[in-house]
Design a protein around this ligand. Structure first.
Ligand SMILES: *[C@@H]1O[C@H](CO)[C@@H](O)[C@H](O)[C@H]1NC(C)=O
Ligand SMILES: *[C@@H]1O[C@H](CO)[C@@H](O)[C@H](O)[C@H]1NC(C)=O
Ligand SMILES: *[C@@H]1O[C@H](CO)[C@@H](O)[C@H](O)[C@H]1NC(C)=O
Ligand SMILES: *[C@@H]1O[C@H](CO)[C@@H](O)[C@H](O)[C@H]1NC(C)=O
Ligand SMILES: *[C@@H]1O[C@H](CO)[C@@H](O)[C@H](O)[C@H]1NC(C)=O
Ligand SMILES: *[C@@H]1O[C@H](CO)[C@@H](O)[C@H](O)[C@H]1NC(C)=O
Length: 506
């Protein structure tokens, strides 16, 4: 009896596995959420007030989750800080935090809500996942008392973590990730001592997860792709757009292409703080994206993606190293792009071939504009150095961009609109790093799906004339090994610190 039941069970399981392993694609959803913020106050809210505010946000997220599930989505990502916002001190965020256990405990909060104390937010998220039979990704706060003998234990006796949680379609907690690279001003949270590499398997591929500012660093973002071979990254974020190179849709889609992964980015919607820009990005092209500085509305995006990816290898310097300098003897000039001192060259003709170098990086561009307008100037720029404002990270960047005005001093400024279309472009650079993220951004901060490609020898080139005027075409390289060995003078760091105080960002 028992053995025949077992046999039947095995047979059914095998059938299910065969059946589900045939799931070559899945439907992903991301929700850009216009978060309801708490009162900015120095006095902590009561637990009841905090929960009431979180439930207001969860009411909105419930609408998005239900709608995504009805449209067939298998997984939905919601933004970082999407349940309570970001305006906190260590003390004022405390009433919003819950103890989030290690997923190994095998817990379905919806079925067993009081197993780990008072955890109403995890219970509600779990029930939403279970009821709608969909994976739910959310960002909440974790609190962990410190060990008495821990020298790094904060004076208030606890660690507070910016935390992503994932509940599977039965409501089980399957992933917990504590954000590693805390952004400046995020003083309410601690970083874990060591970067956590969090993955989980599904019938529609292997997933990895990280948060916002983490995308600029090696641990854990690159490890997840390079060593753990995830197919899809889940990315809750509260991203403030910075043009020309770090607008959300632009940089996140570039990371997906550069790393060869699916990337599900859910941003906060808060135009006043330049937070907008969510998307579903496949390695070959964005599948859906949203950028809206005009309304206060949230937005649900859905798209089908491949469950399993086969990564092709790009040698980012091969082509650039194989050719001679293309220059036509234009004058170089200096310009600042988000605090970094680039070397530029103006694109003088309607068509041309140019090379510009900075330190060890030479950038080659061939292009043809639809027309050379007298009211717009474009430049080719190169930067090879340590960025030190709002974070310390080594960059190698080749960029063609539209200058602010026809005054060359404005090359590198934030520009949102342009009028010049390009018939073709081809950009490459003599990169020392293997981590390069290709960006193409059109006027009004729009992406250009299907209009460009990267070749295995490291050229970013157009497949057809651009569908809109161009803001920038960029190869954004990160040289992680150089973040701490390179030589920023103490004066430079002090200067950067001064700037940081007067500026806010990602
Ligand atoms: C914000 O202030 C309003 C009015 O004073 C109050 O009703 C509400 O509970 C407060 N919310 C939080 C989260 O403190
Ligand atoms: C995920 O699935 C792959 C392939 O089926 C397997 O090799 C791997 O061990 C699984 N990982 C986990 C964490 O279950
Ligand atoms: C890229 O190609 C160049 C030759 O074109 C070669 O010297 C270099 O080692 C290659 N880099 C990688 C990471 O394979
Ligand atoms: C940029 O570098 C040039 C030469 O290397 C220097 O003359 C100029 O002052 C620098 N500009 C800024 C803003 O640092
Ligand atoms: C740029 O280079 C291409 C091929 O290398 C050549 O066909 C074209 O004529 C050049 N354009 C200019 C303006 O020099
Ligand atoms: C840092 O700079 C100093 C002097 O400018 C130089 O002597 C030293 O070799 C540099 N170190 C590195 C790691 O580049």
């Amino acid at each position: 009896m028992i053995s025949s039941q077992l046999l039947a069970y095995v047979a059914i399981s095998a059938f299910c596995i065969l059946n589900v392993s045939a799931m070559d694609t899945f439907i992903a959803a991301v929700y850009e959420h216009s978060v309801i913020l708490p009162n900015a106050t120095l006095n902590p809210a009561s637990h009841e007030e905090a929960l009431a505010l979180m439930n207001q946000n969860l009411d909105v997220l419930e609408g998005a989750i239900t709608s995504a599930a009805k449209q067939g989505a298998h997984i939905i990502v919601t933004p970082e800080d999407g349940i309570y916002g970001w305006v906190f001190t260590r003390e004022t965020i405390y009433p919003y935090l819950e103890d989030i256990p290690d997923p190994q405990v095998n817990w379905i909060p919806c079925n067993d809500p009081s197993r780990f104390g008072h955890t109403p937010v995890q219970e509600r998220l779990s029930c939403l996942a279970k009821k709608n039979s969909i994976y739910v990704v959310a960002n909440i706060g974790d609190k962990k008392p410190c060990e008495a003998n821990d020298p790094q234990c904060p004076t208030d006796g606890r660690y507070q973590y910016n935390t992503n949680v994932v509940f599977d379609s039965e409501g089980k907690l399957v992933a917990r990730y504590h954000k590693q690279n805390i952004f400046m001003g995020e003083d309410q949270f601690n970083s874990p001592k060591k970067a956590e590499v969090v993955t989980f398997n599904t019938t529609f591929g292997k997933f990895g997860i990280f948060t916002c500012f983490d995308i600029l660093f090696h641990d854990p973002a690159v490890i997840l792709v390079k060593d753990f071979h995830v197919d899809t990254i889940l990315f809750p974020t509260a991203w403030m757009n910075v043009l020309p190179h770090l607008s959300a849709v632009e940089f996140h889609s570039a990371w997906a292409m550069g790393m060869g992964v699916n990337f599900l980015a859910a941003n906060i919607h808060h135009p006043l703080r330049k937070m907008t820009g969510s998307g579903i990005y496949a390695p070959d092209s964005p599948r859906a994206f949203h950028y809206d500085m005009k309304t206060e509305e949230g937005k649900l995006l859905l798209s089908e993606l491949d469950s399993h990816l086969y990564r092709s290898v790009v040698n980012w310097s091969s082509y650039a190293n194989s050719i001679e300098a293309l220059s036509t003897g234009n004058q170089e000039f200096k310009g600042t792009v988000f605090f970094d001192n680039f070397t530029f060259m103006e694109l003088k003709g309607v068509t041309g071939n140019y090379t510009v170098c900075h330190r060890d990086l030479c950038c080659h561009l061939s292009y043809k504009m639809s027309e050379k307008r007298s009211d717009e100037v474009y430049a080719l720029g190169a930067f090879d150095g340590l960025h030190t404002v709002e974070g310390t990270y080594y960059l190698q960047i080749c960029t063609m961009l539209k200058c602010g005005t026809t005054d060359l001093k404005t090359c590198g400024e934030s520009v949102e609109a342009a009028s010049t279309r390009f018939e073709m472009f081809s950009l490459s650079g003599t990169f020392g790093t293997q981590y390069v993220f290709p960006e193409v951004l059109l006027s009004e901060v729009q992406l250009a799906p299907g209009e460009f490609q990267v070749s295995s020898d490291g050229r970013l080139f157009s497949l057809k004339p651009t569908s809109g005027p161009v803001l920038t075409v960029t190869l954004f390289g990160r040289w992680y090994e150089k973040d701490w060995t390179s030589n920023a003078s103490s004066e430079l760091r002090a200067q950067a610190l001064g700037l940081m105080i007067s500026h806010s960002g990602l």
